[in-house]
Design a protein around this ligand. Structure first.
Ligand code: SRM
Ligand code: SF4
Length: 558
């Protein structure tokens, strides 16, 4: 960054925060408002929280000259997305006591609770802490929740690879003890040397940082959408190491041509744990030292990599780690799926993948999902694993316990819901958007299920119901449900309007492009009707909708 460029305001907030403390304690004690001070709003993100307000009620409250209805969202740190049954029981109870009650499984394998009022934040964190759960570094300019391929049945050495998610998360945790002091009432540190942080220093990263581990052949983590992607190289059931990819990221901003989605570039291979962790760590230090700290729209690693060049980046990385990366090993990511229903893994245990539409665990009249999962968790017979497409795997179930779990799922209609839902619904994902997301321009998770209900008959009309088309929607171009790597992507532009993107491949290795801008529902349905008709008539055997869209030149790739 040149000396003339002005640092963004967040940079000052970070460096002056005394290890992410700021005046959070004072903000919490201020009873005159349900909000917290502006600087502290940036700092609580590093502790895993966001201040929000109910956007459905903004107008009504403004008319009554009332303050916005402030509340907070909290996001857990769950490397690889894993909870023991007793931790799910606790999460269920905490959600009921302190939040809206809905448990939201996110697109990055963790859970969020919404609607916490200020006085409930601390009790929530304390309750989570009793179950050995925390929300440290799940937001903010820091390494976020580390993803790992979800399904234990996918590889006999899943657990060995999966363990890396936790190792990486631990390696990249901030050293400040602010979280423990503020939320858990632990004693203040006298000797500040204990929290000196060689990685993050006092400025942290220029922007958020995301890491995912893929276990081929499944790209369920969307590995190339991450700042840093690891692709496990496994030969004869032995983990040989990881291919490393850098510079993925999806967010764009409408009307800002300098922003773009980018898939990560594979730069090499590391064979030992020590080398892999060292390379990861130093990718972060390069981004710390060279990332853009003046324009947050251009601060992600993808822009740093493109600004300095992949070759420069690799050379600088090798200089910092003190060894050369080996050439990337061959890999094949041939699918991107959640395996719904019952599956058995090599060790003989069972897993049931539940369809959780858009990750929303709640009870409705027709589907008491939250109660069903609570009943399963209370038996203690299944672990809870979250997929990167907001679904849930009830896992590690002994053969002798399978029937008990099955009965519960059957009784509450979960089996029917999961197994009878259409292929397109099973391959859909939407971000939170309204009413809590302050950045939403349009609906997403509250709307996509209805839109799919209208798309299903179109597919049926052309005998395409079995086609596993990946369809995703977000309420704005930030891309939280990764719509830019979907075969059909919807990106909100205004209330009820979406850019329609086409041409992503099924495995998440090709970005899509805008096909039609700011379309309303009736336009979307009419476009899809025509496209599906052509696809059903002219596709080659086994050709996916995304590949067909490109071959037909509905969108042009450079
Ligand atoms: Fe996201 C901001 C929700 C995954 C790109 N994202 C937000 C905020 C926190 C809005 C805000 O800044 O105030 C949203 C909170 C909504 C709410 O009410 O809960 C939000 N993002 C989500 C989640 C919950 C979507 C979901 O429905 O699952 C996902 C939580 C993941 C997690 O557990 O950590 C979520 N966000 C993503 C992804 C997908 C991914 O990482 O695989 C992306 C695109 C990939 C990427 O980062 O390039 C994503 N979110 C963003 C961005 C754009 C970042 C950028 O590079 O510019 C923002 C806005 C920002 O950071 O300024 C954002
Ligand atoms: Fe909010 Fe936009 Fe992310 Fe959706 S994509 S959750 S609207 S920031």
């Amino acid at each position: 960054m040149s000396k003339q460029e002005k640092l963004s305001s967040i940079e000052r907030i970070k460096t002056e925060s005394h290890g992410l403390r700021g005046s959070i304690v004072e903000s919490l004690h201020d009873e005159l408002t349900g909000a917290i001070r502006e600087d502290d709003q940036a700092l609580i993100k590093f502790h895993g929280m966001y201040q929000q307000d109910d956007r459905d009620r903004r107008e009504e409250r403004a008319e009554k000259k009332l303050d916005r209805l402030y509340s907070f969202m909290i996001r857990l740190r769950l490397p690889g997305g894993f909870l023991k049954p007793e931790q799910w029981v606790a999460t269920h109870q905490i959600a009921g006591e302190h939040s809206t009650g809905v448990i939201k499984i996110t697109s990055r394998q963790t859970v969020q609770l919404h609607g916490l009022i200020k006085s409930h934040i601390k009790p929530t964190i304390q309750a989570f802490n009793e179950s050995k759960l925390d929300s440290i570094a799940t937001c903010g300019d820091i390494n976020r929740n580390v993803l790992c391929s979800s399904h234990p049945g996918e590889s006999p050495i899943h657990e060995q690879v999966f363990a890396y998610a936790d190792k990486i998360s631990q390696l990249l945790m901030p050293k400040t003890k602010a979280y423990y002091e503020i939320w858990l009432d632990e004693e203040k540190l006298i000797d500040k040397k204990d929290e000196e942080d060689p990685l993050y220093q006092d400025r942290y990263l220029p922007r958020k940082f995301k890491i995912a581990i893929a276990i081929p052949p499944n790209n369920d983590v969307d590995v190339f959408a991450n700042d840093l992607g690891l692709i496990a190289v496994i030969e004869n059931d032995v983990l040989k190491g990881f291919n490393i990819a850098i510079g993925g990221g999806l967010s764009t901003t409408h009307g800002n041509p300098e922003t773009y989605a980018r898939l990560a570039t594979v730069i090499g291979f590391t064979d030992t744990e020590e080398k892999t962790l060292s390379a990861i760590y130093e990718v972060l230090t390069i981004q710390r030292d060279y990332g853009n700290r003046s324009d947050r729209k251009l601060a992600r690693l993808k822009y740093t990599v493109d600004k300095l060049g992949v070759a420069w980046f690799k050379e600088e990385l090798e200089r910092r780690i003190g060894f050369q990366l080996e050439p990337a090993r061959k890999y094949a990511l041939t699918k991107r799926v959640d395996h719904f229903g019952w599956k058995q893994n090599a060790a003989g245990t069972w897993h049931y993948t539940v369809l959780v539409e858009n990750g929303r665990v709640l009870d409705t009249e027709s589907l008491p999902l939250k109660t069903a999962l609570f009943e399963v968790a209370k038996t203690g017979k299944a672990n809870f694993r979250f997929t990167c497409t907001q679904n849930l795997i009830l896992s590690d179930i002994a053969t002798s316990d399978k029937e008990t779990v099955h009965q519960i799922l059957e009784r509450f209609g979960i089996i029917k819901h999961t197994e009878y839902s259409s292929a397109i619904r099973k391959n859909s994902m939407a971000c939170v958007a309204l009413p809590t997301c302050p950045l939403a321009l349009a609906e997403a998770q509250r709307y996509l299920p209805d839109l799919i209900t209208k798309i299903e008959p179109l597919l049926e009309k052309y005998n395409l119901s079995e086609d596993e088309i990946v369809i995703r929607m977000t309420g704005c171009p930030n891309g939280c449900a990764r719509p830019y790597v979907a075969e059909i992507g919807f990106v909100g532009t205004a209330t009820g309007k979406y850019n329609l993107h086409l041409g992503g491949d099924r495995q998440g290795q090709r970005l899509n492009k805008i096909y039609a801008e700011s379309q309303e529902e009736s336009q979307i349905l009419s476009i899809l009707d025509n496209l599906f008709q052509t696809y059903s008539i002219e596709r080659n055997l086994g050709e996916t909708f995304g590949d067909f869209s490109v071959r037909q030149k509905w969108v042009i790739h450079d």
